[in-house]
Unconditional design. Structure first.
Length: 479
């Protein structure tokens, strides 16, 4: 059994151990190493069996990112508890909830430290699928091939293939079970947009270009001066939300991608400059929130849980999960939101094909390599992902389902805006499955924050090129 420790009291020692662990964290390179791993796993399982025989409960430590709200409103906590209470192994197993309260970027840093150290490593970790390749490369996650081989739901079409691919490493092996996905677009307050003269009453907002969005912002600013026209994650503190659902939504809308056909990171292009110019236009024209609001780790919560439901925000480029906040059971219930909120696809920069763009992502349950309770943790993952409990989770979380059977449930399909959000998947793009991405993503966040803080797009792009070349090597970048 692991002894739960407070990370902050051990940070220095954990960092030292982490550096040593990373040097030996690659997957087994030969049969001997593989046999050693198998023997170690057998010893762990034997120890777990001894615990059960002695009457001592096995303990599963579970870690996810807590955004700082009441844990009793957290969808993960609710679903995990519900599944546990109905589990036939409940009497033999104890759950130890160990969420990490942190910004998105800080979560990845802290979880890497925990995964590297057997004394702080959880048994079940929530992995952002963009971070998964990086943690696989570091040797932090268990190869689940032997487990999914006998998992009927995995093999009979009950998981969307695209989401199975999202948790498959470069080596072709599975390293997580996906539990949510998402799409992104422009959420808008119908009442504000009507009052501002952007749309007529009863009409939908249907921007065809980025200029249409900027024009709508100006109307809101002129006619609804107490309202923030447009919100998008724009700082380092909001981490991957800034990289993916702001910058990449824009970049992909220019027709460009982060990586060229030659496998090199593109650091200087018209698409980058145009994307940064759009952000500059938002903030220099006073269309965005104050920097004090948007450049902190709670920015996403502020826009979704306060400004939008309180009628202080006209448009927000965000993901479908934010609607979970507005349900009666959500963190910020909003009566009648189904009639008050619209969802528009994010247009391409000049209306070029395919006309709109969205980025899709998701999270997965993974078993750390340093877990000492792998088998029972796998059994619990299957319990949590069973249709009854998974439907409860996905309804609470407000995400798009990864199970095909759940996606057809009447309760699920009746959710406001989900039909539109699901249609966005037809033109969805994904982040590159590249273990350098998380490093480059940090540079993206810095570039975006510098622009919204007043740096010119040209200067910000130049610094981005310098940062990326430094981190991934000159040979891996393209101008």
């Amino acid at each position: 059994m692991k002894k739960k420790q407070v990370l902050s009291l051990m940070l220095a020692s954990v960092m030292v151990f982490s550096m040593a662990a990373c040097g030996n964290s690659s997957a087994p390179a030969d049969d001997t190493a593989a046999k050693d791993d198998a023997a170690a796993t057998t010893e762990d399982d034997a120890a777990a069996t001894d615990d059960a025989a002695s009457g001592e409960k096995q303990k599963i430590t579970i870690t996810w990112r807590d955004d700082g709200t009441d844990i009793n409103l957290n969808a993960n906590y609710i679903a995990l508890n519900a599944a546990y209470e109905a589990w036939d192994k409940k009497d033999q197993v104890e759950l130890d909830f160990a969420p990490i309260t942190a910004s998105e970027g800080d979560y990845f840093t802290k979880i890497a430290l925990q995964l590297a150290d057997p004394s702080t490593c959880p048994d079940l970790v929530c992995e952002d699928t963009f971070q998964l390749p990086n943690d696989v490369s570091a040797g932090y996650l268990t190869n689940l091939d032997s487990y999914v081989a006998d998992y009927e739901d995995w093999n009979n079409g009950l998981y969307f293939e695209s989401m199975q691919s999202a948790v498959t490493g470069a080596d072709g092996s599975v390293y997580g079970i996906p539990y949510c996905t998402d799409t992104r677009g422009i959420f808008y307050n119908r009442e504000i947009m009507t009052e501002a003269g952007v749309i007529a009453e009863g009409e939908d907002f249907e921007p065809k270009t980025w200029q249409d969005i900027l024009d709508a912002c100006q109307k809101v600013k002129d006619n609804c001066p107490d309202v923030v026209p447009f919100w998008c994650n724009s700082g380092v503190a909001t981490g991957e939300a800034t990289s993916m659902q702001t910058y990449e939504m824009l970049l992909y809308g220019t027709g460009e991608r982060l990586i060229g056909d030659d496998g090199k990171w593109i650091v200087n292009s018209d698409g980058i400059k145009d994307s940064l110019q759009f952000l500059s236009d938002i903030y220099t024209n006073g269309y965005g929130p104050s920097l004090s609001l948007v450049l902190n780790g709670q920015a996403s919560n502020t826009s979704a849980k306060e400004y939008m439901p309180e009628g202080k925000l006209a448009m927000s480029m965000d993901g479908i999960w934010i609607t979970g906040n507005w349900k009666d059971t959500g963190a910020s219930p909003w009566e009648g939101y189904a009639d008050k909120v619209g969802l528009a696809p994010m247009p391409t920069s000049e209306g070029q094909d395919p006309g709109s763009v969205t980025l899709a992502g998701g999270w997965a349950y993974s078993i750390p390599e340093n877990s000492d309770q792998k088998d029972i943790t796998w059994e619990f993952i299957k319990q949590v992902m069973s249709p009854e409990f998974y439907l409860q989770y996905i309804m609470q979380a407000g995400n798009i389902a990864v199970r095909t059977d759940t996606a057809e449930e009447a309760e699920y399909t009746a959710q406001p805006l989900f039909g539109i959000a699901t249609q966005f998947l037809e033109t969805a793009d994904f982040r590159p499955q590249n273990d350098q991405y998380s490093t480059v993503s940090t540079s993206i966040q810095k570039m975006v924050e510098s622009v919204v803080s007043g740096t010119s797009p040209e200067d910000a792009m130049k610094q981005y090129g310098t940062d990326v070349a430094r981190d991934v090597g000159d040979e891996n970048v393209a101008q």
